[in-house]
Write a protein that binds this ligand. Structure first.
Ligand code: GLN
Length: 250
């Protein structure tokens, strides 16, 4: 078995070590004897995107999001939408998440016309939403808790009938108002979590990998890994993020 991974726009969309998600997925596959190849596909490159099983898109500053708009429109937009509708797996972080929606209006009035691959939009606000946070994944994405770091001015609002990726336990999530975090559409997992998110959320990492392997090879259940350090990292951060709820007065 093997997964072919496409890292889209690594030249501009990569904040807070987001590319660590790719290292994490590759390692977790290799530890189980499953192959993984990764291609970087940046601005101006015209690869055949039907060749890939899993797409990763990291976060970026408003400026970085603006400079790839032409490439999206001229080269990759149609192929990305087709891959998504075809059930290919996507992990999209923050600015990369926003790119899957209809548009992002930046706080200084710039309008980024995005893919419209998923029915949501994002509007920037003056106050950035920053901090460590936690959310619980929806049942269709495994139901586990996820810890991460968010830093965005964009407030994302999901269209009717769309399921968020999870429910905020502490922090802002999509917009700081409705406790939704990210979106789960078909096999796309979109989230505001930087960090990178996967190394300290191994259950979430495996849900993504199992989804990609099942789509390619039929049903697949990954053998468990030890995950001692990974779970320790997850539990430690989760305790810190939730502490005021768990231990009032301490
Ligand atoms: N520029 C976007 C925002 O501020 C995305 C930021 C990010 O990827 N961290 O909302």
């Amino acid at each position: 078995m093997e997964l072919k991974v496409c890292h889209l726009y690594p030249d501009v969309l990569n904040l807070y070590g987001d590319r660590g998600n790719i290292m994490c997925m590759k390692k977790r596959l290799e530890w189980r004897g499953i192959g993984c190849s990764v291609d970087n596909v940046g601005i101006g490159e015209k690869n055949d995107l039907t060749a890939y099983d899993l797409f990763f898109i990291g976060g970026g500053q408003d400026f970085d999001q603006e400079i790839l708009l032409e490439d999206l429109r001229l080269r990759k937009g149609g192929q990305i939408r087709d891959a998504l509708e075809d059930g290919k797996v996507f992990l999209c972080i923050c600015g990369g998440y926003q790119m899957m929606g209809h548009y992002y209006k930046t706080p200084d009035g710039h309008y980024c016309q995005f893919l419209g691959a998923i029915d949501f939009y994002t509007v920037g606000g003056e106050k950035r939403m920053i901090g460590n946070y936690a959310y619980r994944l929806g049942q269709e994405s495994g139901g586990e808790t996820v810890v991460g770091f968010e830093n965005h001015s964009g407030r994302t609002h999901l269209g009717k009938g769309l399921r968020p990726l999870g429910t905020v336990l502490r922090g802002f999530g999509n917009n700081g108002e409705d406790r939704t975090e990210g979106v789960r559409y078909k096999n796309a997992f979109c989230t505001y979590s930087h960090g990178p998110v996967l190394p300290k959320n191994p259950a979430f990492a495996d849900v993504i990998l199992e989804t990609a392997l099942s789509r390619k090879y039929g049903s697949c259940s990954l053998e468990p890994l030890k995950d001692g350090f990974e779970r320790l990292a997850h539990d430690t951060v989760l305790r810190q993020v939730l502490r005021p709820l768990w231990l009032p007065g301490k």
